[in-house]
Each structure stands twice: as structure tokens, then as C-alpha cells.
Design a protein around this ligand. Sequence first.
Ligand code: MF3
Ligand code: CO
Length: 266
Amino acid sequence: MIVCRSQAEIAKLRRVNQLVGRILAELRTLAVPGMTTGEMDRIAEERVRAAGAEPAFKGYHGYPATLCVSANDQVVHGIPSSRPLVEGDILSIDMGAKLDGFFGDSAVTVPVGRVSSAAADLLRVTEEALFRGIEAVKPGSRVSDIGAAVQQHVEAHGYSVVREFVGHGIGTSLHEEPQIANYGPGGRGPRLAEGMVLAIEPMVNIGAPKTRTLADRWTAVTEDGSLSAHFEHTVVVTTGGREILTLLEGDMTRARELLGASIGGS
Ligand code: MF3
Ligand code: CO
């Protein structure tokens, strides 16, 4: 069953998702050469707790940190460490939080200093693909329309969509129904309705789609060693389409360019 949230519940979801968006915006400025992901994680946890919220990932199936930080060929679920970032890295920063019983979840992949044009292009296409997926969210669409839109954009640029991990419903749990694959034919699965809340999170590889998990039992990497990027927003289905709950006011203009349509907003 996919839950449709009331306006009061959506207000709570907006609060926690805006918190996640604000903290991620700060973290992305910290992703510079010499910074460690362990230090970024410490700052993230401090910001989450200062807001009266809790990290959503820490303790989830034993996950040890507030952030997932996945560099270069790491796809998702990388564990923060004392390794310093170096110029040319690309770093996915993924964060979830819980406030007043409701969850927020968002991720960005950022360049560390100057990166190769291949890396920059991967980041651009992956974020565009997320917005193509978001654009497919409206009442009456089907869940698989999201993945179909993502896959179409990714493959048109010669990249591949990761199959082993999916987006998800989100609300009073971090992961709720439905699962949202980033590929597949459209027109399948449940119809979207006003009040449904979805975390959409494409993972895109320059090379082959296949991933494997490292011995730490969390970090997923590309099997062929190619670069991977990951972007995530949490959205709510509205009468006119969708509102991106994790999008900050200041990023609205850029998002409109990526979306080419009305995105709603808070
Ligand atoms: N954004 C990811 C997800 O929704 C991160 C989860 S990490 C975990 O699955 F540690 F919580 F598993
Ligand atoms: Co998620």
C-alpha cells in the first residue's frame, strides 16, 4: 500500500526535507581537496542534532554513519573515513534525517576542485536524469514512468543505469512502498496520486551497469571500475504535478531550467 499524506503530514515532511537540503548545501561547500569524509560526517551529525532531528541512516541495518559518501567508482553506501579528498574526485553525499516522526532523504554528487570533462558530463547528465524522473511525477502517472524517463535520458548519453538499487516511498519510515527502479518500460505499476511521497535516486555509471559490494559489506562500486554518480530528491505528488521537498528556494531557478516546467515549491 502506498500512503497518501495529509497536508499536516506534508508540512512535517517539508520541514525535515528542507533541513536535509540545507545541510547538504553546506556539505557540498566542504568537499574540497584535503577535507576528509569522516570530518564531513561529524559536521553533518552535529547539524542534524542541533536541529532537534536524528540521523536516519545511522544504525539502519547496522550502518555506522550519518552520511553515505561515495567517491569515483563507488556507487552508493560508502562509509565516511579519514581518507582526504583529492582534486578531481567526484563525491556522492547522501543524507537522511528524522524529525517529529517523519523522514527526509536527499543526495548530490559534487566535483572536488577541478574534475575531468568526462566526470563533469556524468554529473550533469545524472542530475538531468533525476529531473526527467521528477517531471514524470504527477497524479495519474504510473510508478514505472519515472524509471523509464530516467533510463531514456541516461542511455541517450551513452551511460548506464544501475539496477541493484532503487528509489522508494518515504514518510514515517525511511523506506516505504513503492520501490522506484531507474529503468524499465513506462506504464507499469501503481498510479501516482496526490499526497504520495517519493525519494527518487538515479545512480548512473559511465561504463557497464553492474555493481559489486566491497568487503566492508556496504560500499557498492562499479564492477568495471568506471565512474558513477548519484542524485536524490524527495518529492510529494500535488494536484498540479509535484513539489520537490528537498529543493531549497535558492536552487529553484536552476531546477526550473533542468525541469522546463512548473515544479511547485515551498
Ligand atoms: N539514500 C539511500 C537510501 O535511501 C541511503 C540509505 S543508506 C542506509 O537507500 F545506510 F541507510 F542504508
Ligand atoms: Co533514498
